[in-house]
Structure formats: structure tokens, C-alpha cells
Design a protein around this ligand. Structure first.
Ligand code: 13P
Ligand code: SF4
Length: 403
């Protein structure tokens, strides 16, 4: 273990993070044939050529036809950040928590097609019934934040914390946005999973188990939640996986109540307090609502904070004529604006910059997965098995119970 503490690793930038700006534009986003979207230099899963060249309206008809043939055997779940061309086909849409509840409730459907990112489909697989098959339309749809917490790095961190602080002194809390292996680490060590909509309830549960929490992989959600619970900034430390003991001394770790993994979301770190000041100067009666993955300064300058579902609901329930500046992903903000045309709703970031990994679910992939199912072939299946499944399920069930 002494050897592990002194090893310094080379910094890796996740590929998903490097691709983040591929679709940033100042114009509106409309799905083009896949072959044209590939010209942005992205590395997505390849499909048979006929799917590569098909236009969005044609794909739309084909998705509808295949869905009609599959009937009740199929359920399509769509995360709020999906493109409009995808979300229109979803049987249910929601935030991470709602979608995991929905995945657990779908006892009858044989096929669950998850239009979201890899960790969400893995969660659906863990919560699914044994007869159900879960599919992710594009296997390259990961998440740059999730990529910032590599399994081996978090396991090493946990071992170091056990060596330094001792068993029973710390509980792991994993944000949903991580691999099934890391959810399993929580399950094995009396930890729990949280999502952005229930982070404070989950943290309250965690502090009843131990005096200290390690929260991974999103430092911002962890910090924002800690502050809301009254934990002071000097009681929080950052764990940098590329430094021995995460860049901390044993004394600092002993003093800390909250250890934050050094990860972030490339979409939500685009927001800053200046954007909020400018929006307030333009619209004095504006309400600013941001996602808790935004940095602390942004959350503190906002009027409201919430998950994607909470943002959607708050604006839908708001009075006619109200003005909203929103700090979250653009596909969702544009959809909320369209569905609330009696209000003024806009994204605080003037550049149209979608979540590059959510954006990887192009309608060509959905058409391909559904038409394959019609032919009796399951493609892009996500399966979590064995001890990983058992332990990840334990941590997810705690979340569903205490969140
Ligand atoms: P929600 O749980 O709020 O939908 O967030 C998921 C996500 O990935 C946000 O970046
Ligand atoms: Fe991951 Fe951020 Fe995209 Fe959410 S918005 S899936 S955290 S990269």
C-alpha cells in the first residue's frame, strides 16, 4: 500500500471531454443524416450505410413503424437532454432519478431501449427483471464526468482512505453518473447512490452511517449539497486521483467531513456568475434556475436550483409572462421554451452547446435498434451481471428507499 501512496499518475483527458465542443454552434440544432454529423470528427459507433445516409424525417417514419410493430413488448425511456427527434418517440421522459424508478417499475416490457447515456442504461440493467433486455442505441454515448472516475482510481482512493482513516469512519456516496463497478463499490461498503434531485436526502442518510463522506465523481454537486447541509468549505477537501493521497495530508483527511472527487460536467461548468448578472440587468424580474452540477458561485448567484425534472416542472408551473434564465443543457432549455411559449425562457450560455454524449443518440441509431428488434435481433445490449450487479443493486435500492 505504501507504494500506492507514492505513485503519481499521468493525467488523462477523457475523449468525451475533448469532443464536447464538436456541436457547439450559434445556430439552432437540427439532426442531419448521420454521415454528415460524422464530418465533425466525432468517433461514434458505425452503422450499416443505409442508416448513415437516411434523413431525419425518413428515420422518424421508420422508428414509428418499428415501434408500432413491437407494441407493448417495447418501452423507450428518454432523458431530458435528448434531441427532440428522439424525445418525441420516448414513452417516458425524465431526470436520472425518475428514469431509474421507471426502469424498476417496467415489469412487463421485454425490451427497454434507453435513450440517454451509458451509466443510465447500466442502471436500468441492474434494476431490470431477469426476462428484460436493456439497449443503448449508440454504445459511444458515455459521459465525460463518469470518465473522470476510473474504477481502479476510485478503488485505490477507497483503499487509501481505509488505511488512513480506518473502517467505519467514512461512507461512499456515488452520484448516479458513474459506472456500475463504482456503484458496486458503494454497495459493498455500506454506501449509497444519489441523483441531483435527491442529493441532500441521501447525504443526510449517509451522515447517520459515518462522520465522513467521500462523494464521487462530481465535485460541484458534492460541494453544493454539502454547503446546503451546513458543512463549511474548510471541512471539505478535493481528491485529485493523480496525486498521492489525492493531494492531501493525513491530517487534512482526518479533519475533513466531505471528500470530493475531482470530477466535473463539461456542460455545467460553462456557466458563470457574469452570465447571471447580465441576465438580471436585462430582465430585472427574472428567475434564475440552475442545475446543481454548476460551480458553487453559479448556484449561489441563482434563485433556484434543481434537477432537469425539477427545472421543467418549476417553469411549467410558473405564471404566464414570467422570465426564466436557465443553467442547464441546451436541448432541454429549448424544449422548455417551446412548451412554455407564454413565458420567456432562455439558456444563460449564449453558445448553443449540447451535451456531446447525450447528442450521440442520433435517430439513425434508434431506428437501427428498433428495426433489429423487429427482425428478432437484440443489438447494443447493456448487461450488468454477477457481483457487480448484486452490489450495485444494493446501493441503488438504498437510493430508491432513502432518496
Ligand atoms: P438529472 O438527474 O438532473 O437529469 O441530471 C443528469 C445529468 O446527467 C445532468 O448532467
Ligand atoms: Fe455527463 Fe454532463 Fe452530459 Fe450529464 S450533461 S451526461 S454529467 S457530460
Amino acid at each position: 500500500m505504501a507504494e500506492m501512496l507514492t505513485t503519481i499518475k499521468r493525467t488523462r483527458v477523457p475523449l468525451t471531454e475533448l469532443e464536447q465542443s464538436a456541436f457547439c454552434t450559434t445556430e439552432s440544432l437540427v439532426s442531419k443524416p448521420l454521415v454528415e454529423e460524422f464530418k465533425s470528427g466525432v468517433r461514434w459507433q458505425r452503422l450499416p450505410i443505409e442508416y448513415m445516409r437516411t434523413t431525419a424525417p425518413e428515420l422518424d417514419d421508420r422508428i414509428r413503424a418499428a415501434k408500432g410493430k413491437l407494441g407493448k413488448r417495447l418501452i423507450i425511456l428518454g432523458h431530458h437532454y435528448q434531441r427532440d427527434e428522439i424525445i418525441q418517440h420516448a414513452d417516458f421522459r425524465g431526470d436520472s432519478f425518475k428514469l431509474s424508478q421507471l426502469a424498476a417499475e417496467q415489469k412487463d416490457a421485454e425490451y427497454i431501449v434507453f435513450c440517454g447515456v451509458h451509466f443510465m442504461a447500466e442502471t436500468a440493467s441492474v434494476l431490470a427483471q431477469p426476462h428484460q433486455r436493456v439497449m443503448l442505441p449508440n454504445m459511444a454515448a458515455g459521459c465525460s464526468m463518469s470518465d473522470m472516475a476510473q474504477t481502479g482510481d476510485v478503488e485505490e482512493c477507497w483503499d487509501d482512505l481505509m488505511d488512513t482513516l480506518g473502517p467505519g469512519s467514512i461512507v461512499p456516496v456515488a452520484y448516479m453518473n458513474c459506472t456500475a463497478d463504482l456503484k458496486a463499490l458503494c454497495g459493498r461498503n455500506n454506501g449509497i447512490i444519489c441523483t441531483s434531485s435527491i442529493a441532500d436526502n441521501v447525504m443526510q442518510w449517509a451522515y447517520k452511517q459515518a462522520p465522513r463522506v467521500i462523494f464521487y465523481p462530481d465535485q460541484h454537486l458534492g460541494r453544493n449539497t454539502g454547503l446546503k447541509m451546513g458543512i463549511k468549505l474548510d471541512e471539505m477537501v478535493l481528491w485529485n486521483p493523480f496525486k498521492p493521497l489525492g493531494g492531501n495530508t493525513k491530517e487534512q483527511l482526518g479533519h475533513a467531513k466531505l471528500i470530493l472527487w475531482k470530477g466535473h460536467c463539461s456542460v455545467h461548468t460553462r456557466f458563470n456568475p457574469k452570465q447571471i448578472q447580465e441576465a438580471r440587468a436585462k430582465y430585472p424580474d427574472i428567475t434564475i434556475m440552475v442545475h446543481p452540477e454548476c460551480p458553487m458561485e453559479v448556484v449561489q448567484a441563482a434563485d433556484k436550483v434543481g434537477s432537469t425534472e425539477q427545472i421543467s416542472k418549476a417553469i411549467s408551473a410558473a405564471p404566464k409572462g414570467s422570465v426564466w434564465g436557465v443553467g442547464t443543457e441546451i436541448s432541454l432549455v429549448n424544449r422548455i421554451a417551446k412548451e412554455n411559449s407564454d413565458k420567456t425562457v432562455f439558456c444563460l450560455d449564449p453558445v448553443v452547446c449540447p451535451c456531446s454524449t447525450m447528442y450521440r443518440i442520433h435517430p439513425a441509431y434508434l431506428a437501427w435498434v428498433l428495426e433489429s428488434l423487429v427482425k428478432g435481433e437484440v443489438v447494443n445490449e447493456i448487461v450488468v451481471t454477477g457481483d457487480t450487479r448484486k452490489n450495485a443493486k444494493l446501493a441503488l435500492e438504498r437510493m430508491l428507499q432513502y432518496g
